[in-house]
Write a protein that binds this ligand. Structure first.
Ligand SMILES: C[S@@+](CC[C@H](N)C(=O)[O-])C[C@H]1O[C@@H](n2cnc3c(N)ncnc32)[C@H](O)[C@@H]1O
Length: 280
């Protein structure tokens, strides 16, 4: 297999399992879906989607937008912003589900099966590229780098690339931070990774500095918080009482008042890269 393509194990997981329904919900949603049922969570989810929306609209006008790794879950709020929407994924099962979910939508849209490391589009074809929770499921950092280069290639000068990705070094979550630092240590990391139970799909989030440096090849980059809590924290910690309530209130305060700092403190980041316009 060509080294610079996405991860075969991820593709197989989504073809065979991830986008299949179990009890009225896809396996992907069951594993990775976030709870939005408490008032703080509802408020923060809205805040994060507002940040994504503002970034995508900053290209000017309603964008002709490409979503990479939409799977069976094209973001309906993002679709609603577009003059035209194209969704790409290497899971055909996911794309069938995506087609069904947009069957009622009148905004012009299409889906293409492709690997995001080799996008079947022309240079500068889109006003905006959006991708959420996809890039860190590509196992090889060199292939992640190829995907980032592809996003920057297919967006026009002055357009934007907006990426929601995991932060492997969340300073507010010391156990997670320590685990990841150990996992990234060459010899010890290999041993620990062999011992620990296998996650259903590869998880290789790259540090914020690494992401910034690659994106800066295309233009100016900003990084703000998408979500401070990890998925497990979100699913497991109540915001209604005790320490959980205090933790959620602190997270809310940090996220609202310090979105740039919170990118480094928490588990998920929104990167926005505005592609440079060539000057003579
Ligand atoms: C965790 S799901 C995220 C789906 C959706 N973006 C969301 O936020 O709910 C990851 C998706 O990315 C797709 N994916 C991962 N690597 C890919 C690649 N190299 N090329 C195309 N799709 C890829 C998977 O097939 C899967 O549908």
């Amino acid at each position: 297999m060509d080294k610079l393509t996405g991860t075969e194990r991820t593709k197989r997981f989504y073809e065979e399992k991830g986008w299949k329904e179990e009890g009225g919900e896809s396996v992907d949603r069951k594993l990775f879906g976030t709870k939005e049922d408490g008032p703080i969570r509802v408020e923060l989810y809205k805040l994060h989607m507002d940040r994504v929306r503002t970034s995508l609209l900053s290209a000017g006008g309603l964008p002709n937008l490409l979503e990479c790794g939409c799977g069976g879950n094209p973001d309906q709020q993002v679709v609603a912003l577009c003059s035209r929407y194209t969704g790409v994924d290497f899971s055909e099962v996911g794309l069938d589900m995506a087609r069904a979910s947009l069957a009622h939508v009148s905004i012009p849209h299409e889906f293409r099966a492709a690997d995001v490391c080799k996008l079947p589009f022309q240079e500068g074809q889109f006003d905006a590229v959006y991708t959420a929770h996809m890039i860190y499921h590509i196992e090889d950092p060199k292939a992640q780098e190829a995907a980032l280069a592809e996003f920057l290639r297919v967006v026009r000068p002055g357009g934007v690339v907006v990426i929601v990705a995991a932060n492997p070094r969340p300073l507010l979550f010391p156990i997670r931070l320590a685990r990841r630092v150990l996992a990234d240590t060459p010899l010890l990391g290999r041993l620990l990774n062999r011992l620990k139970s296998k996650s259903p799909i590869p998880y290789q989030p790259m540090p914020i500095g690494w992401m910034r440096r690659r994106l800066q090849r295309g233009g100016e980059v900003s990084a703000v918080s998408y979500a401070l809590p990890s998925n497990q924290f979100n699913q497991g910690v109540t915001e209604y009482r005790g320490l959980g309530r205090l933790a959620w209130k602190t997270i809310r305060w940090l996220d609202i008042n310090h979105p740039r700092l919170s990118a480094y403190l928490g588990n998920y980041v929104i990167y926005t890269c505005r592609k440079a316009v060539a000057t003579r």
